[in-house]
Design a protein around this ligand. Structure first.
Ligand SMILES: [Mg+2]
Length: 290
């Protein structure tokens, strides 16, 4: 019995070792194969975390509460500097950004992470044409609610004008209200004077509508002052403190935005390593005692 038992014991041990070794090998291969990409944690969060989903659902709930308040207040406007005389009598509108505010382009970001590459405008144009954006959780319901209250949704996005038809079809398929006879998709280059700064497009909407909410994931969705330094952006935040959560609603986007380029002065010509160093330098570390 004993030798047999010993043999079978050895055999079991050998199998266990082999299994453990193959597990280690697989882990080593996995770790070698896992692409390194600065986008990864932010993308995992936006793709998988219930904390992200809860955050944006909270924000749409807040937007609905504020919209209800606006409906009761004829003088309510999110853009007092852009409304003309008699604006109180205009029909109501909301101006919202699209990407990472109403539209979720997580599959594009995941593609960058898994391929170990970064954003390119030509590839982004192909992505827009793929019409595979999804809706941010709560976005369609909010937009439909606004429409049910007679509030027109205007989509002011820095997607480029050639992608307009695809964007329209993608959004319509997701169930967003698309404005009926009004042209509500206002993209970069849609008019000669429409660059990436958005204030003139917001003002364009405000000519004919009382704009009750602005929604975005980037300071530039609210003010053209977004392109300044970190200090200048902090000053803008302080100046506009009363708007946030009132009639300006900011959505989280840790994947990209003017917050990122502000850390390296918008110098995209720097190498990725140089930009990464400037991001690190933009933060103040705690240091342990010697
Ligand atoms: Mg956006």
């Amino acid at each position: 019995m004993r030798p047999t038992s010993l043999r079978s014991g050895l055999a079991v041990s050998a199998i266990a070792l082999a299994v453990a070794a193959s597990g280690l090998l697989a882990a080593a291969q996995d770790s070698a194969a896992a692409p390194q990409n600065d986008l990864m944690n932010a993308t995992v969060w936006m793709e998988t975390a219930v904390e992200y989903k809860a955050t944006v659902q909270q924000l749409f709930k807040l937007a609905k509460t504020q919209l209800d308040a606006a409906l009761e207040d004829p003088s309510w406007t999110a853009v007092p500097d852009k409304q003309g005389e008699g604006y109180e009598d205009l029909p109501l509108a909301i101006v919202s950004d699209l990407d990472e505010t109403l539209l979720d382009n997580g599959n594009y970001e995941v593609s960058l992470v898994t391929r170990g590459t970064s954003y390119s405008s030509s590839e982004w144009a192909d992505y827009v044409e793929s019409k595979t954006s999804e809706a941010v959780p709560g976005a369609v319901e909010f937009a439909k609610y606004a429409e049910s209250k007679g509030v027109k949704m205007f989509y002011v996005s820095n997607r480029k004008e050639p992608g307009k038809q695809a964007t329209y079809e993608n959004m319509e398929a997701l169930g967003f209200p698309m404005g009926g006879n009004a042209d509500t998709v206002l993209l970069r280059g849609g008019k000669e004077e429409w660059g990436s700064a958005k204030e003139n497009r917001i003002a364009y909407v405000a000519e004919n509508y009382r704009v009750v909410l602005l929604m975005g994931d980037n300071l530039g969705d609210f003010t053209d002052a977004a392109e300044g330094s970190l200090e200048e952006r902090d000053a803008v935040l302080a100046e506009t403190a009363d708007r946030w959560g009132q009639d300006w609603i900011m959505f989280p986007n840790p994947e990209y935005g003017s917050w990122e380029s502000a850390t390296f002065g918008g110098e995209w010509s720097l190498s990725e390593d140089e930009r990464r160093q400037k991001k690190i330098d933009a933060m103040e570390p705690w240091m342990p005692a010697e």
